[in-house]
Design a protein around this ligand. Structure first.
Ligand code: SF4
Length: 258
């Protein structure tokens, strides 16, 4: 058994957060609903990669990160074993995060382009990042029942963001889980009406928008399937959606593939 301390780093700002979000985080980091994922996260945290042998891995479920009053919510897949599972912050400490946060910075959604650790001073501006699954899965592949169990946290997160205007899903798997959560919340009826495609854009009820991007995984970014310009264009769509009066079509040069 590996015992890991739970240090609330400066990026958490617990006192400034609404009580409901603090409670959500408190419950989430103690979640043990998926024995396979909890075991794997702790095993990786115990064994560590040689490059990080001097670090104490987080090893717990990784909570959402960012502005608690965000209008934009990004939904990824799951923490990387030696990325967020090590640092304790979504998309922090790996190449995917390097790619994503640089783009968020260029789009004005982050105060700096790098994300190194929970104490690096990074702040998200009007944006928040979560994932479909909050514990690192072996081979980056959660099982269907693990997606199912973890969706409770996504539903709660969605309910606790009163200013939410746009959701940006990163990859088809995160997209699917958001749609299922949206159906469970009564936001939509048929997930099939919102198929995943890079740069897709859909209108949701209550003046909200759904946007989609390929996931910034190394597999996608190293092969050029997702380029910085492509992600910039999607974040431009998000910016336009936030700027549009509620219910109006946002002005954007990006193609609407939805
Ligand atoms: S993946 Fe989600 S539901 Fe499963 S143990 Fe982790 S936090 Fe809990």
């Amino acid at each position: 058994m590996v015992f890991l301390k739970l240090p609330p780093g400066p990026s958490f700002k617990l006192k400034a957060m609404p009580a409901a979000l603090i409670e959500l985080r408190r419950e989430l980091v103690q979640c043990e609903l998926c024995p396979r994922l909890r075991g794997w996260s702790l095993q990786v945290a115990h064994e560590r990669r040689r490059a990080f042998a001097g670090e104490t891995y987080w090893g717990l479920p990784v909570p959402a990160f960012g502005d608690q009053a965000a209008r934009l919510l990004l939904v990824g897949l799951a923490p990387a074993a030696h990325g967020a599972n090590r640092t304790g912050r979504m998309f922090t400490g790996d190449r995917s995060g390097d790619f994503l946060y640089a783009a968020l910075y260029r789009a004005g959604f982050a105060n700096r382009p790098q994300s190194r650790n929970r104490r690096d001073g990074l702040r998200l501006l009007d944006a928040r990042i979560t994932a479909a699954v909050h514990c690192a899965p072996p081979d980056n592949h959660p099982l269907p029942e693990e997606f199912e169990r973890c969706r409770r946290w996504l539903r709660r997160e969605l309910e606790l963001l009163p200013r939410l205007r746009a959701v940006l899903t990163l990859g088809a798997l995160g997209h699917r889980q958001f749609l299922l959560a949206a159906r469970e919340l009564g936001w939509i009826e048929r997930p099939a009406d919102f198929p995943f495609a890079h740069a897709a854009r859909y209108r949701l009820p209550h003046g909200r928008w759904l946007l989609a991007s390929y996931h910034p995984s190394q597999q996608n970014t190293f092969t050029g399937r997702l380029t910085p310009a492509m992600l910039d264009a999607v974040l431009g769509q998000a910016r336009a959606a936030l700027a549009a009066p509620s219910g109006r079509e946002p002005e954007s040069n990006a193609e609407d593939t939805g």
